[in-house]
Ligand binder design. Structure first.
Ligand SMILES: *Cc1c(COP(=O)(O)O)cnc(C)c1O
Length: 497
């Protein structure tokens, strides 16, 4: 493809994308294909001779499109949202244009410096404490700062690596021998609740430390007391607590752990304190949500995903550390082919020391486009509209009488089920019937095809958890969701009564 064809095809592609978004609301958000469908449709070797753009485009429509789950549809309420926006797409186009690999400042000074600027912008936008800013109010370099990771899972691993470094340094300073430090890895214990995202366990598998899962309270929150008790037990057994993760908006129910209480324990026990706000962190753009996150100013690291609920294309996960020392100490590796800026009077970051890979995309661009083209006011309006719709859905479900709300509706997530009272209470297997009916309700809704959502289990209880938050959805989509829930419930209740 020469540059003249690129001009033509590129414009066609923009039209293709715009048409897709225009028609999205009329398409079923879920895919109906069976596992392995594509292998049957595809040649089993790459082509020997070049093929045309037209042939590929036609395959996208006939072969790829049927196997797409339309995450950007306003009728998609599955998992947590994966926001994008047109400003963000344009920002990413500029990033693809440069296609820099910005591991060091010298690789593209603007890529590094824009990231420093926008991460401070974003931190201030969500009211993050000044400890986390790369540049202090007096214009000097801070000890901390933000960095864009690919995902919250990577942020979790990176935070845990820094935590391990901090613990091992502490042991060394307190007279432990090198030999004992070398063998202490498996004695390190990280603390989570039974609601913490799976990335916590994955991080432990990678680091090679123990993961302690603590039972959450009746509202699915990790409490200070439960954490204290678990640590006490482990210390008595000769283990080395080093890391705790609190979640602001868990994946199952959007529960909020006792962040202040956990901060206190982390300080007393010298644990690294990581706050995972992957989904709900975006709400902090609105000041009214900040009291719910009290205590995050005491964290060692804080993470949220603008790619979930803040209008920015996947991937964009924002991680801040209050002190980058341990991160850089553990992830910085010197090679002659990886130059640094020597004797720089101005501070610049080498973000390769703040992440797992060496190479990194210019992701700050899309975030910069989003913050500039929406403004703080536009982003706040985006969040508030979804919360309003979620509260509306909650009210409607309660008013209907057949449903019960299973977790407080705080953000855009509504966790509910058909309540047991709707079924014949005299049967001894009522719990099983209620569970089967609610699991069936998820299937019924998704095979209806007008909307898409997922269910989960809370301590063995089947629930549905539609998440409102699509960048392309309106209150009409939420009204449709309610309608499908009600129609399918009627079918399911009749079947199980
Ligand atoms: C979605 C989610 C994650 C994982 O996000 P990735 O960016 O896909 O790794 C982590 N924690 C919580 C609370 C989440 O909801």
């Amino acid at each position: 493809m020469d540059i003249n064809e690129f001009r033509v095809r590129g414009k066609e592609m923009i039209d293709f994308i715009a048409d897709y978004y225009e028609n999205l609301d009329n398409m079923s958000p879920g895919s109906k294909v069976q596992p392995g469908y594509l292998y049957k449709l595809m040649p089993h070797e790459a082509p020997e001779d070049p093929e045309s753009f037209e042939e590929i485009k036609s395959d996208i429509e006939t072969k790829i499109m049927p196997g797409i789950t339309h995450w950007q549809s306003g009728n998609f309420f599955g998992w947590y949202p994966s926001n994008n926006s047109f400003p963000s797409v344009l920002g990413d186009m500029v990033s693809f244009m440069f296609n820099t690999v910005g591991f060091s400042w010298i690789c593209s000074p603007a890529a590094t410096e824009l990231e420093t600027v926008v991460m401070d912008w974003l931190g201030k936008l969500i009211g993050l404490d000044k400890r986390f800013m790369a540049i202090k109010e007096d214009g000097t370099e801070g000890e901390g700062g933000g960095v864009i990771q690919g995902t919250a899972s990577e942020a979790h691993i990176v935070a845990m690596i820094a935590a391990k470094e901090m613990k091992l340094e502490y042991l060394k300073m307190h007279g432990e021998s090198d030999e004992s430090i070398c063998t202490s890895g498996y004695k390190l214990v990280a603390y989570f609740s039974d609601q913490t995202h799976s990335s916590g366990q994955k991080a432990c598998n990678i680091i090679g430390c123990q993961a302690r899962t603590i039972e959450s309270d009746e509202q699915y929150r990790l409490t200070k007391e439960a954490l204290q008790a678990a640590i006490k037990q482990d210390v008595e057994a000769g283990l080395l607590p080093f890391f705790v993760c609190a979640t602001f908006g868990t994946t199952n129910t959007a529960a909020i752990d006792d962040i202040s209480g956990i901060a206190e324990v982390a300080e007393a026990e010298k644990l690294w304190f990581h706050v995972d706000a992957a989904y709900a962190g975006a709400s902090l753009v609105c000041p009214e949500f900040r009291p719910l996150a009290r205590g995050i100013e005491r964290a060692d690291s804080f993470n949220f995903n603008p790619h979930k609920w803040m209008l920015t294309n996947f991937d964009c996960s924002a991680l801040w550390v209050a002190n980058a020392k341990y991160l850089v100490q553990s992830l910085s590796i010197h090679r002659e082919y990886l130059p640094r800026v020597k004797n720089s009077t101005e501070f610049v970051k080498d973000y390769r020391d703040w992440q797992l890979p060496l190479g990194r995309r210019f992701r700050a661009l899309k975030l910069w486009f989003v913050m500039r083209m929406y403004g703080a006011s536009g982003i706040r309006a985006h969040i508030r509209e979804h919360v309003r719709q979620a509260k509306w859905l909650e009210e409607q479900l309660v008013a209907d009488g057949r449903f019960e709300i299973m977790a407080p509706v705080v953000f855009g997530l509504v966790v509910f089920r058909i309540k047991p009272g709707v079924f014949d209470a005299s049967t001894s297997s009522l719990d099983d019937i209620v569970n089967s009916a609610n699991a069936e309700l998820v299937k019924c809704i998704n095979s209806d095809g007008r909307v898409f959502l997922v269910g989960t289990k809370l301590r063995g209880v089947d629930v549905l958890r539609p998440a409102i938050g699509s960048s392309h959805g309106t209150s009409e989509n939420t009204t449709r969701l309610l309608q499908v829930i009600q129609e399918c419930s009627e079918i399911v209740i009749a079947r199980f009564s």
